[in-house]
Design a protein around this ligand. Structure first.
Ligand code: ATP
Ligand code: LTN
Length: 335
């Protein structure tokens, strides 16, 4: 019976405190975090170090970090069973990132599409932090000897560079870091904008009708789904080019667990009005418990601070073990 104590595999993921998460963040990443939280040894965090690449106002950064942390707890993650932490509370992240910077080639970092996209979006602030962003992400992951990283598909390239950096370091110094695997959910991997369904749903979209925030109330959700762009065919089925309908079917499927065939049957002979009402209601049912729990938690700052302290302590314990190991291998003098 002692074997019941068998060590669980490790899962880690972080999210930046750059605004209220969208339905895309939720279905693509956060919902999987919750689903994995019982079966794995989980580390989930708020990537506040990453978020300063866009130079947020300090008061906004503090508020958003607290809000994002409360939202993680509102998902139902247990801060005592799992480790829920704020990245800047664990100095090992920045320390390992510097070491890994020296084992990352300029050329490979230049190929990251997120760097190219973000530098085009903010040409006035293409800072070195933005360039080194994936190396900090590699440090986040490698510090915990992570097996799986639940992310949306847009982050897959960053997982590949993480594996390359780890493999290079291990090749030079012997086994130091575990090579992580991405975990990308089947249906929620990429939720598209409700207004331009060929573009991904993004919390930084300037048109609020394009995304659903996880804290939107039922009324707002229904309105946004009703005004989602579809097509003139008025038939619910999946086909290349029916981007708006494909996206709504994906959202409906993620919220209800129904397959495409079941959805097509359910709306056979019905128009987009009925379909959108059903999608809207499913999204409301999915997000309502999260919103209610969030509203309760955000007023309890003392509890949030207590959980952050516990998270920082637990995360530091694991992270520092790997950091020390890597520092020793590189040749830093131990005292
Ligand atoms: P921004 O709009 O500020 O660039 P974002 O909405 O892309 O941010 P991130 O904080 O970069 O969000 O991502 C958090 C997590 O959500 C990541 O794992 C990412 O892959 C996932 N994600 C983001 N957008 C979507 C989407 N539209 N569909 C599915 N997953 C997504
Ligand atoms: N880069 C990710 C956020 C992030 C992350 C991580 C995700 C920072 N560190 C470690 C997984 C693992 C993003 O932009 N969504």
């Amino acid at each position: 019976m002692e074997n019941n104590q068998e060590k669980k595999q490790t899962v880690l993921s972080l999210i930046q405190p750059t605004g209220t998460p969208t339905l895309g963040n939720y279905l693509g990443a956060l919902k999987n975090w919750k689903n994995m939280s019982d079966s794995y040894d989980c580390f989930f965090g708020v990537a506040d170090l990453h978020s300063i690449t866009v130079r947020p106002n300090p008061a906004d950064l503090r508020r958003r970090t607290t809000e994002m942390y409360a939202l993680l707890l509102a998902l139902g993650l247990d801060p005592h069973k799992n480790t829920v932490f704020v990245q800047s509370h664990v100095p090992a992240h920045a320390q390992l990132a510097w070491i890994l910077d020296c084992y990352t080639q300029f050329g490979e970092a230049s190929r990251m599409t997120q760097f190219k996209d973000k530098s085009e979006k903010h040409p006035d602030n293409v800072n070195v932090g933005l360039f080194a962003y994936p190396v900090l992400m590699a440090a986040d992951i490698l510090l915990y000897q992570t097996d799986f990283v639940p992310i949306g598909i847009d982050q897959k390239q960053h997982l590949e560079i993480t594996r390359n950096i780890a493999d290079r370091f291990n090749g030079l110094y012997g086994n130091t870091f575990k090579l992580p695997e991405p975990f990308i959910g089947k249906s929620g991997a990429k939720i598209m904008s409700l207004q331009e369904p060929t573009k991904k749903m993004s919390k930084s979209d300037t048109n609020p009708k394009a995304f659903i925030s996880v804290l939107d109330d039922d009324n707002t959700i229904m309105k946004k789904i009703k005004s989602a762009v579809t097509d003139s065919e008025a038939r619910v089925y999946r086909k290349d080019g029916k981007d708006g309908v494909n996206n709504l079917m994906g959202i409906y499927s993620c919220c209800t667990g129904k397959t495409d065939e079941e959805i097509e049957k359910e709306f056979d002979g019905k128009g987009y009005g009925d379909f959108k009402t059903a999608v809207g209601e499913a999204v409301c049912d999915e997000l309502r418990p999260l919103r209610e729990e969030y509203n309760r938690l955000i007023d309890d700052k003392a509890y949030l601070t207590e959980c952050m302290k516990e998270g920082a302590e637990k995360a530091s314990y694991t992270a520092e073990r790997t950091l020390r190991k890597a520092m020793k291998k590189v040749g830093f003098l131990q005292i």
